[in-house]
Write a protein that binds this ligand. Structure first.
Ligand SMILES: NC(=O)c1ccc[n+]([C@@H]2O[C@H](COP(=O)([O-])OP(=O)(O)OC[C@H]3O[C@@H](n4cnc5c(N)ncnc54)[C@H](OP(=O)(O)O)[C@@H]3O)[C@@H](O)[C@H]2O)c1
Length: 295
């Protein structure tokens, strides 16, 4: 299958590597060309523009920062939708508001093409191993077309409704996790005076109801961060999390809900970002909170 991928950031690169390993003909495009070029050694072809990418593929995945990035990649001269895309299938995987995907769907349909949204749970490691959680929104027949490809990326695919529905569930599952990193910093503050080894404390958390699944997977990294080691391998950074939390708050407001815990958590992530940790991994958030003592 000829596959195009728009957006070779952390996730896009991991997804591209996975699909190349499975023998697909993959063409990639990225706003900053060097990141796309880095995939040539894995067998990818590079498109000079989003329009060229769309022309080269039957199915086009995109995984970009936010709604502005989606507009920049899809619309306008040279955009993914600027050429003849009749009959092509777009799989939009960015984490954005459902409304962003519903509006994109209108523009895609107007060009005679189809789309589903399929944001994913899991980060770059699961993407490389084909262990993401795919949350799909769209027509069943469009998902059926994308499914063989998505099955190589995901351990589980849930079809949760029409276009945009995947995003509703994605924002929902990310909410408790992102709030958790702040809760962990606050919880750790209560036992910090004991002077215990961070690895031991995190192990106790992970073995109790005080630890979510993420702690079982990333506990070592959290403990190392609490012990003073800044993680070099950033998979999901603090500024991306701020974008997700702001998106959740906007979505909640549009639905008539206040999200007070989420709003407060965002303020705490803002503190970390202002302290220069915006590019740091999520596990630095508890560290940021502990540094705030007495301030
Ligand atoms: N990292 C994770 O663990 C994870 C997990 C699940 C979902 N997600 C979601 O997946 C999406 C991508 O995340 P990521 O971690 O891969 O982010 P990333 O490494 O920051 O990559 C972002 C991508 O978006 C592109 N982009 C940003 N603004 C653009 C614009 N105006 N025009 C064109 N392209 C633009 C970037 O291009 P440049 O390289 O030119 O900047 C890059 O390709 C986000 O929506 C994120 O919330 C991330």
């Amino acid at each position: 299958m000829k596959v195009g991928i728009a957006g070779i950031g952390r996730m896009g690169a991991a997804i591209a590597e996975r699909l190349l390993r499975h023998g697909h003909a993959v063409t990639v495009w990225n706003r900053t060309p060097a990141k796309a070029q880095a995939l040539v050694q894995h067998g990818a072809a590079v498109a000079a523009t989003p329009a060229q990418l769309a022309a080269s593929a039957d199915i086009i995945l995109s995984i970009l920062t936010d709604a502005q990035a989606i507009a920049a990649a899809y619309d306008g001269p040279g955009g993914l939708l600027s050429g003849d895309v009749k009959g092509k299938l777009f799989v939009e995987m960015s984490t954005v508001r459902p409304e962003t995907q519903r509006e994109l769907d209108q523009r895609v349909r107007a060009k005679g093409a189809r789309m589903i949204d399929c944001p994913v749970g899991g980060t770059t490691g699961p993407a490389r191993e084909g262990k993401l959680l795919g949350l799909a929104g769209g027509d069943a027949s469009d998902l059926a077309r994308a499914r063989p490809l998505l099955e190589q990326l995901c351990r589980r695919i849930e079809h949760v409704g029409p276009v945009g529905a995947g995003e509703s569930v994605k924002l929902a599952i990310n909410l408790p996790l992102l709030v958790y990193w702040q809760a962990l910093g606050e919880a750790y503050a209560l036992c910090q005076p004991l002077g215990l080894d961070p690895a031991r404390v995190i192990d106790i958390f992970a073995d109790s109801s005080g630890g979510p699944n993420a702690l079982k997977v990333r506990g070592t990294m959290v403990a190392e961060a609490l012990g003073g080691k800044v993680p070099g391998n950033v998979t999901f950074n603090i500024d991306s999390i701020r974008k997700d939390l702001a998106t959740m708050i906007e979505e909640g407001a549009a639905l008539g809900y206040e999200l007070p815990v989420t709003s407060r958590a965002l303020e705490c992530y803002d503190v970390a970002s202002k302290a220069g940790m915006g590019d740091g991994d999520a596990v630095m958030l508890p560290v940021s909170w502990l540094k705030k003592k007495g301030r």
